[in-house]
Design a protein around this ligand. Structure first.
Ligand code: ZN
Length: 422
């Protein structure tokens, strides 16, 4: 690697560290007590967990197996660009934007196909244990829709990147960072209204008593609860959940119909209080901003690797050879982004867990009902065949939420330390 590339890569790493420091200071949660984790045996019968453990072992094995698939495909594609770059450039008739479209869609479909065996095994495993309720044709239809959506997005991003790489050999990384950051915000804003309806149906919550209770919780947390929806999760799973998505006008809280069907009212309210806390602390906006900011050092790192592998200048001859160089550079960008994105998973999930802890704590301080929260997490483990405590390394890599037993520990802490103001 030449000295220039090393220097740029160093700036990228320093930039990522700077963004992390900014997040630590401004965007992460503060003021959540660290509660002791109680013994699992106090809340769960080891005999009842045997089946859950069996199920989870399979899920974990498949999750681990899936991690290297996309980066391996992207690296293989980048490593063989000498072979397919020429034909692709010819197919695109020498135009960078067309080559970008083809490359983006092709890579996305290749990654999906490579991941399909593990995805099918996961589906079959879930069916076997009765967690997944979706029939095979419906599952395949979802896979097809997901593949199409990802291919369109990937084609669009790669098209923009190809044009930037072709036009601005020294500054494309900055344009790409701006484009990616804008796309991250736009996708958070639009996904609930454009993408989600492809995969689920939602309806407004039509329970006047529950709606009133939710509005009361929202008033106490000081947030609007104008859009509470119920989806048709029961068509796909027996697990219960809820989430908040969107920004501004597209913001909504979505409750799984399985949650309303299978959980008592006080536990549903504990879930809603948690989701409202995400709104109160602006976690969706903060998470989106984290992703958008990280695009800057990420694109700089891509620039360093592209420079190291293909030089820094424009292609000598425009047209065919130039477009071949553009797709080679594009493939290096895609491989770098895929590897870096995968390696960033534990970091993103660490941030996610801090948000979840903050939402749990705020919910406890709003509902003043820690026992409902304890029963809720017991119920989540029961219905989703979960494990109250995940092996440490798996939790560090995959854990978007604190483990159920940790969350129970926080509820018990809240019970021992009632809010003096509440
Ligand atoms: Zn949450």
């Amino acid at each position: 690697m030449d000295r220039r590339a090393l220097g740029i890569a160093g700036v990228a790493v320093a930039g990522a560290a700077g963004v992390t420091a900014l997040l630590r200071w401004k965007l992460w949660s503060h003021g959540v007590p660290s509660a002791p984790t109680p013994p699992v045996g106090d809340y769960f019968d080891p005999g009842e967990l045997a089946r859950n453990r069996q199920y989870r072992r399979g899920v974990w094995a498949m999750a681990v197996a899936a991690v290297p698939i996309a980066p391996a495909v992207a690296l293989a594609v980048a490593g063989t660009s000498g072979r397919w770059g020429g034909p692709l450039a010819r197919l695109a008739r020498g135009r960078a934007w067309r080559a970008g479209l083809l490359f983006g869609a092709g890579l996305s479909v290749a990654e999906t196909l490579a991941g399909l065996p593990v995805g099918a095994a996961r589906y079959g495993w879930g069916r076997e244990y009765g967690i997944v309720t979706q029939n095979p044709p419906a599952w395949l239809l979802d896979v097809a829709k997901g593949t199409a959506v990802e291919a369109v997005i990937s084609a669009g991003v790669a098209c923009g990147a190809a044009v930037l790489i072709a036009r601005a050999p020294r500054l494309w990384w900055a344009g790409l960072a701006c484009g990616v950051a804008g796309f991250v915000y736009l996708s958070t804003l639009l996904a609930p209204v454009v993408i989600d309806p492809l995969f689920q149906r939602t309806r407004p919550l039509d329970d006047p008593v529950l709606s009133r209770q939710i509005l009361d919780l929202a008033r106490r947390e000081g947030v609007p609860a104008d859009r509470v929806l119920v989806n048709d999760a029961s068509r796909r799973t027996v697990a219960a959940n809820a989430y908040v998505s969107g920004l501004g006008a597209s913001r909504r809280i979505v409750l799984y119909d399985t949650l309303l069907r299978d959980f008592p009212r006080d536990e549903v309210l504990a879930v809603v209080a948690h989701e409202l806390a995400h709104v109160k602390h602006r976690h969706v906006l903060k998470g989106t901003t984290t992703g958008a900011l990280m695009a800057i050092p990420g694109c700089l790192l891509c620039f360093a690797l592209v420079g190291a592998r293909t030089g820094w200048g424009r292609a000598a001859t425009p047209g065919g050879a130039g477009t071949r160089l553009v797709v080679r550079r594009l493939a290096i960008v895609a491989a770098t982004a895929s590897v870096a994105g995968t390696l960033a998973t534990p970091f993103a999930n660490y941030v996610s867990r801090t948000y979840e802890r903050e939402a749990d704590w705020t919910a406890l301080r709003t509902t003043h009902d820690p026992s409902a929260q304890v029963r809720l997490f017991q119920g989540f483990v029961r219905t989703a065949l979960g494990m109250p405590d995940t092996p440490r390394a798996l939790q560090l890599w995959f854990g978007t939420h604190p483990e159920p037993i940790e969350r129970i520990g926080m509820a018990e802490y809240a019970a021992r330390h009632p809010d003096p103001a509440g």
